[in-house]
Design a protein around this ligand. Structure first.
Ligand SMILES: *Cc1c(COP(=O)(O)O)cnc(C)c1O
Length: 343
C-alpha cells in the first residue's frame, strides 16, 4: 500500500534536480576545507541568514549540540521551552556532551517571552548553577508548529545580551516560520548569536543541517563538529542537494502551509477531534483526540486506512504536511480520519 505519510517532513525524498546535482557535484576533502560544493552551500546559507559564516553538519541535533557546547561551561543551565526538541528529542546530549542542565520553562501556547524567561535566569548565586545559554525554537515543533513573532525574539535577545547571556535559535523550520510571518529569514535570524536550521525537513534535502553565526564561532565549531564525529570528507555530494533545497524549495513551503490549513479545517469538523485551525500557522498540526478512543488507537486505525501519523501521547496526535503529500492526499486523510473515528 502507498501510504499518505504525515508523520514528519523528514520523510521527504530528494527531488530529481537534487539527485542530478548530487551526481554532478564537484567534491574535495571537507576536513581540509577543500570541498567546493560544501563551501558554496555554507556561503549561500550564511548570506541568506545574514550571518558572517556557516558550517554544514550531518544533523540538526549535532548542530544544536555544537552550539550548546560552544556557548556554555560545564555545570551551567540552559533555559528552554519545556516542549523543545533540545530538551525532549536529543537523548540528553546537552548533559552528556556539555555537562549542562536544562531549565525548562513553559510559554503560553508554546510562545516564549521575556517575562517567562527572566525568573529562570540565575547569575552569581554561589548555591545554584549559573545560566549559560537561552535557546528558542521557532517554529516550535511539539507545540504544533507555533510561530514566535520577531518582536518577541528581539526583546528576548536584547535583554539576554544585556545580561551577557547568548541566545541560540533552534530554527530547524526557520523557513516555515519566515513564510508564516511573511518576512525574510534574515530578519528572524538577526537577533540571535547562532542559528541552526535543517535542510532535511520541509526543504527536502536527504541529509544535513546548517549552523550559522560569527566567523570565529564557526571556525571553532569546526573543531567541535570533528570532536563529535561529524568531520565529513566528500560531503559535497550531500551539500549539492542542500544548495538545490535553498535555491528551489523555499518558495513552495507556502503550499505545505495551505495544505495544513485544508487538513486542519477538515479534521476540525470531525467529532472526536479537538483542533482550532486558526492556531495552525505552519505545516504542523497537533490536535487532541477525545471521547472513546485514544491517540495511539487512532494512529493504528489510520494506518489500516493508508494514513501515517504520530501519536505524541495518549491524547495528542501530530500530522505534518510536506512536498510529498498533495492537496488530494490531505482530503483523503480527512476521509480516513472520519472512517477511523468511532461514531
Ligand atoms: C528535526 C529537528 C531538529 C534536528 O533533528 P535531526 O533529526 O537531528 O536533524 C532540531 N530541532 C527541531 C525543532 C527539529 O524539529
Amino acid at each position: 500500500m502507498d501510504f499518505i505519510d504525515l508523520r514528519s517532513d523528514t520523510v521527504t525524498r530528494p527531488t530529481d534536480e537534487m539527485r542530478e546535482a548530487m551526481a554532478r557535484a564537484q567534491v574535495g576533502d571537507d576536513v581540509f576545507e577543500e570541498d567546493p560544493t560544501v563551501n558554496r552551500l555554507q556561503e549561500l546559507a550564511a548570506a541568506m541568514l545574514g550571518k558572517e559564516a556557516a558550517i554544514f553538519v550531518p544533523t540538526g541535533t549535532m548542530g544544536n549540540q555544537i552550539c550548546i557546547r560552544m556557548h556554555t561551561q560545564i555545570g551551567q543551565e540552559v533555559i528552554l521551552e519545556e516542549r523543545s526538541h533540545i530538551f525532549n528529542m536529543e537523548v540528553s546530549a546537552m548533559a552528556a556532551v556539555s555537562g549542562t542542565l536544562a531549565r525548562p520553562v513553559r510559554g503560553e501556547d508554546g510562545v516564549l517571552d521575556w517575562n517567562t524567561i527572566e525568573p529562570a535566569i540565575r547569575q552569581g548565586n554561589p548555591h545554584v548553577a549559573d545560566t549559560g545559554l537561552i535557546t528558542i525554537e521557532n517554529t516550535l515543533n511539539l507545540a504544533g508548529g507555533i510561530v514566535i513573532r520577531i518582536e518577541a525574539m528581539e526583546e528576548i535577545c536584547e535583554r539576554a545580551h544585556a545580561l551577557g547571556l547568548p541566545v541560540h535559535l533552534d530554527g530547524a523550520r526557520i523557513f516555515n516560520a519566515a513564510t508564516a510571518l511573511r518576512r525574510d529569514v534574515s530578519d528572524l535570524a538577526r537577533p540571535f548569536d547562532t542559528v541552526m536550521f535543517c535542510l532535511s525537513k520541509g526543504l527536502a534535502a536527504p541529509v544535513g543541517s546548517i549552523v550559522a553565526g560569527p566567523k570565529d564561532f564557526i571556525r571553532q565549531a569546526r573543531k567541535v563538529r570533528r570532536m563529535l564525529g561529524g568531520g565529513m570528507r566528500q560531503s559535497g555530494i550531500l551539500a549539492a542537494a542542500g544548495i538545490v533545497a535553498l535555491e528551489k524549495m523555499v518558495s513552495r513551503i507556502e503550499e505545505d502551509h495551505s495544505n495544513a490549513q485544508l487538513l486542519a479545517k477538515g479534521l476540525a469538523q470531525l467529532s472526536g477531534i479537538r483542533l482550532d485551525p486558526e492556531r495552525v500557522a505552519t505545516n504542523i498540526l497537533v490536535f487532541e483526540v477525545n471521547g472513546s478512543i485514544n491517540a495511539k488507537e487512532l494512529q493504528n486505525r489510520l494506518k489500516e486506512r493508508g494514513v501515517l501519523a504520530i501519536a505524541l501521547n495518549d491524547k495528542q496526535m501530530r500530522m505534518v504536511t510536506h512536498k510529498d503529500v498533495s492537496r488530494a492526499d490531505c482530503e483523503r486523510a480527512v476521509s480516513a480520519a472520519q472512517a477511523a473515528l468511532p461514531d
